[in-house]
Design a protein around this ligand. Sequence first.
Ligand code: GTQ
Ligand code: FE2
Length: 378
Amino acid sequence: MPKLVDQADTAPADTPYAAHNQPKDTPELRSLYDAFDAEHLIPLWKEIGDLMPMEPSSRAHPHLWRWSTIHPLAAKSGDLVPVGRGGERRAIALANPGLGGRPYATPTLWAAIQYLGPRETAPEHRHTQNAFRFVVEGEGVWTVVNGDPVAMRRGDFLLTPGWNFHGHHNDTDSPMAWIDGLDIPFVHYTDTAFFEFGPDEVSTRETPERSRAERLWCHPGMRPLSALEPMHNSPIPAYRWEHTDRALSEQLALEDEGYPATVEPGHAAVRYTNPTTGGDVMSTIRAEFHRVRAGQQTVGRREVGSAVFQVFSGEGTVTLGDAQHRVGTGDLFVVPSWTTLSVQAETDLDLFRFADTPIFERLHQDRVEVDAPDGGLS
Ligand code: GTQ
Ligand code: FE2
């Protein structure tokens, strides 16, 4: 297996650690190091620049995947690869080129394009990994969560929190693709994964207009008195596009009317939340939607932890540290930890974003730095 950690042999020359007095290279020193090796011991002084950097320096790259490239490949796998028990899902992961050939978009997050052909079914299962879907185009698939069918349509953000049974069924004669986000890498590193197969067929073929969970939970500002305890995952199965779209357009309209509503001029944004806590939708994943007006540039911002964006609509340029990418509808890009991101919108630009920040907030390891509008830091 490819090694996941680049091991430094000596303190890197470009860090303050380089000032450390290295011992003289003598035969005794070499035999000491050989003895360390034989006993599975590693001295800190050879690794410190990598283990204890002055600030995060992610192995993940700020990579971009184009929808126009990955969607046809997903469609091709629809022709060649059956979906069913065992493989479970026709999901193709974004593999960050900095992460040693593993199917990880970032050190903590999985992002994949999933493809389901006409009338196909992805069988039910459950796992401790938290999952969501975001739909950039198309409709017609039903994700069935604990026996409750939930329609998937363009712009919807759908949840499958850990340990809920879920399967997917395409009830139309057209294929559909969407993106999945999960905390698979985080769960893998921490050896906390459990998995169970469900029934081979998805447990319902009903296609109701609204899922039972939406009928119970999706009334703005209200919760049922039958469920007053806080839940660590949001009970909302689908955050519908009409609400996201209206929330953003109203923020911009209020800004035009002179009321404070946007995060910065011409930049509207919402976070999807758990209505029982007001916090993030799931314990390991934050999800947001951003709308930047044509001609606006967002202020540079970096934070601890990693994020993945998908362009929902529009065109622009993203600056990620030293890298710049022109982006359009469906394109996906990674923002590694502590990498400054700024977005320049050519047309009105709609961006879906997910990140691992809830993990670091819970552990009090979170940090954010925002460029001052004059180019300095605040
Ligand atoms: O749809 O249940 O991309 O279990 C990876 C693992 C999707 C899913 C993925 C999964 C799923
Ligand atoms: Fe799953």
